[in-house]
Design a protein around this ligand. Structure first.
Ligand SMILES: Nc1ncnc2c1ncn2[C@@H]1O[C@H](COP(=O)(O)OP(=O)(O)OP(=O)(O)O)[C@@H](O)[C@H]1O
Ligand SMILES: [Mg+2]
Length: 329
């Protein structure tokens, strides 16, 4: 911690990560093709930074989050956490690091055991990882306090709580392991607007209090704009644009980002000609050659059909588009 280099190095660095799921066919279950859910993603997340991850349904957001936590098996690439590659680390060393990375999901109810009391749920991981200091009771009360729930919640069961309260309980459970990095996968999407705002404020408070970093996955660009320091836009397993939130939201560089932003109303956004997204996202089993967005792109050129676009840097952001360059700035 005292090493200044380690302070500036990103907490998490993802390099050319691929997660392909085999598609099995026939009586011998031979693998004929793959679903390329994550197809060469490179990203970094700093300490105490929130990276928003957006993109249409099926573009690979959840798979990326799950792969970082080892819940889906990576096909290739590197996931450097605090400088150590989680994909090649011996299993004992990985187990020691494991509590430092956590994930919360859209539907907390399905991940909360309905037969356990809240005390049992929020301290289960502490017991499993032998991290319990003091009694389960004391620790549960402390954790519930962290997420704004009263001590008497300890003796109740998940069904007695609202959706927002259940999401707080899953957060308390995750916090029990003192994580540094949390994947929030559509964590506020099922909540109504006022509860959503409270949950976002809680996440931001906890980030400050415990120096957390988040990968915040959401289809709601307004929410992402509110909470994220940086935003990455994903399309068909690839990151097509990534950079500081205001830069991406106010001056998107990729036609796909423009179309996503144009599809929703975000207050304070500069006016410009809209891009309307037509057609469906192609199958990740058989992705198009060249730029993955070219079949739907209103500004498609010949080169887009042939070549995958190289990284183009504009200020603090990266854009993967053949249109990007000095002429477009
Ligand atoms: N275990 C799996 N086996 C095979 N294919 C999978 C598996 N998990 C995900 N996929 C496929 O990978 C692709 C990406 O799915 P993923 O759930 O990561 O998308 P997403 O961006 O999170 O979508 P959504 O916004 O709807 O949650 C989809 O085509 C999906 O069908
Ligand atoms: Mg998902």
């Amino acid at each position: 911690m005292n090493n200044p280099g380690s302070q500036t190095a990103p907490l998490l660095e993802i390099r050319n990560l691929k997660t392909w799921f085999p598609v099995r066919r026939g009586i011998f279950s031979s693998v004929t093709r793959h679903v390329r859910a994550v197809d060469g993603v490179s990203l970094s997340i700093g300490r105490q930074e929130t990276l928003g991850l957006v993109g249409e349904s099926g573009c690979g957001k959840t798979t990326l989050g799950r792969t970082l936590l080892g819940l889906d098996r990576a096909t290739s690439g590197q996931v450097l956490f605090d400088g150590k590659d989680l994909l090649t680390l011996p299993s004992r060393a990985r187990q020691i690091l494991r509590p430092r990375l956590q994930m919360i999901f859209q539907d907390p109810y399905s991940s909360l055991n309905p037969r356990m009391t809240i005390k049992g749920i929020v301290t289960e991981g502490l017991v499993e990882h032998r991290l319990l200091r003091g009694t389960r009771e004391q620790e549960a009360i402390r954790l519930l306090g962290e997420v704004g729930l009263p001590p008497d919640a300890n003796y109740r069961y998940p069904f007695e709580f609202s959706g927002g309260q259940r999401q707080r309980i899953s957060l308390a459970r995750v916090l029990s392991l003192r994580p540094e990095f949390i994947v929030c996968d559509e964590a506020v999407s099922a909540l109504d607007v006022s509860v959503q705002a409270q949950m976002l404020n809680l996440l931001m408070d906890l980030k400050e209090r415990h120096a957390l970093s988040y990968l915040f996955i959401s289809h709601d660009l307004g929410v992402v704009k509110h909470i994220s320091d940086r935003v990455a836009v994903m399309y068909l397993g690839h990151i097509v644009e990534e950079g500081r939130t205001e830069e991406i939201m106010d001056h998107p560089g990729h036609p796909y980002t423009q179309a996503l932003i144009d599809a929703v109303c975000i207050p304070g956004r500069p006016r410009r000609r809209k891009i309307i997204l037509s057609g469906e996202i192609p199958s990740p089993i058989n992705p198009p050659p060249g730029c993955p967005f070219h079949p739907r792109c209103p500004r498609v050129m010949d080169v887009c059909r042939r070549e995958y676009p190289a990284e183009c840097r504009q200020g603090t952001r990266r854009v993967y588009c053949h249109l990007c360059g000095p002429k477009q700035e």
